[in-house]
Write a protein that binds this ligand. Structure first.
Ligand SMILES: C[S@@+](CC[C@H](N)C(=O)[O-])C[C@H]1O[C@@H](n2cnc3c(N)ncnc32)[C@H](O)[C@@H]1O
Length: 302
């Protein structure tokens, strides 16, 4: 039984490496990743949400599953971290990160590696962070022990953008509603329909790389077992995520060049307005489990 679990964990790591190597070149364009002031402000706000207030600057930060550098490069650019090390299981993603860093004139060390076996000595960093990575890791207990090991006593971990179990299920509703409304919407905009436009379409490997959607209590238990204290888990994006899925689904049904710019501007602005509503009104009041994403932080005791 243990051998079977190991084999499937090995496959998940291998598929994650191959899938993200393939995705690396088009990753920033696909996800609208920005390294100018908009991206910096987004990343600072997410980190602040995870920490429950502003923090830093940190002297030695490690990003796990750093991808093309969305978090590390924007935090370096904001002056919130001084020395940045980026690790990822995908060498292709790290090459894209290096290219982004060179373009921005930022200095970052990159080391390919698995979050379950971090290639760094004990107590190397005062901040260990990540964005949208924990849900790819087969053995979270092992990864949490590694995060703890490489952190210096008194150091902080912060992770953002982890899918919540309920959030994942709620997203089915706006997708369904948008498919029903799509013909009317396209007619109103004068856009032709597109064959095969499916926001749920996943590259065959993509279906295998997402291995968790979390209940907050599960993450809390994993971190507490690893020895972390001051564990803080919050939810992020409820109305904006439902609306975002509705928009993305509608847009996926039309020929992209035929969607008018005025619609795209309206969609972007209204999405940002709902994000603010979530942040100011809902996130402080509702249980984290209801939201689309989870953000978290914790401390290694002194
Ligand atoms: C969804 S992407 C997020 C990338 C980046 N953090 C961002 O927010 O743009 C997930 C990243 O985690 C990496 N990853 C997946 N499994 C991993 C593992 N076991 N150890 C380290 N990195 C991993 C992938 O290669 C990929 O770059």
């Amino acid at each position: 039984m243990a051998a079977a679990a190991d084999a499937s964990a090995e496959r998940i790591r291998d598929v994650n490496t191959r899938y993200h190597d393939l995705a690396a070149d088009s990753y920033d364009a696909k996800w609208g990743i920005d390294f100018a002031e908009t991206g910096r402000a987004q990343v600072r706000a997410k980190l602040e949400k995870a920490l429950g207030g502003s923090g830093g600057p940190w002297e030695r930060a490690l990003e796990v599953g750093a991808g093309t550098g969305y978090f590390s490069l924007n935090l370096l650019g904001s002056g919130l971290i001084r020395d940045a090390t980026a690790t990822d299981i995908s060498p292709g993603m790290l090459r894209a990160l290096e290219a982004n860093a060179a373009e921005l004139g930022l200095d970052v060390e990159t080391v390919a590696g698995d979050a379950e076996e971090l290639p760094f000595p004990d107590a190397s960093f005062d901040l260990v962070l990540g964005h949208a990575v924990l849900h790819h890791i087969p053995d979270l207990d092992r990864a949490a022990s590694e995060l703890y090991r490489v952190l210096e006593p008194g150091g902080t971990i912060a992770f953002c953008g982890e899918p919540s179990a309920y959030g994942d299920r709620f997203a089915a509703l706006p997708k369904h509603a948008a498919m029903v409304a799509a013909p009317l919407w396209r007619r109103a905009l004068g856009a032709d329909g597109r064959d095969g436009g499916d926001p749920d379409y996943k590259h065959p490997l993509e279906a295998e790389v997402d291995v968790h959607a979390f209940a907050p209590a599960t993450i809390h238990g994993v971190l507490a077992d690893a020895g972390f204290t001051a564990i803080r888990i919050r939810g992020e994006e409820l109305l904006s995520s439902l609306y975002g899925w509705w928009l993305r689904t509608l847009e996926s049904t039309a020929v992209p060049d035929e969607i008018p710019d005025r619609w795209r501007l309206f969609a972007f602005r209204s999405y940002l307005a709902l994000q603010s509503l979530d942040r100011v009104v809902l996130e402080p009041r509702l249980p984290p489990a209801l939201f689309y994403n989870l953000v978290l932080s914790a401390r290694k005791p002194l």
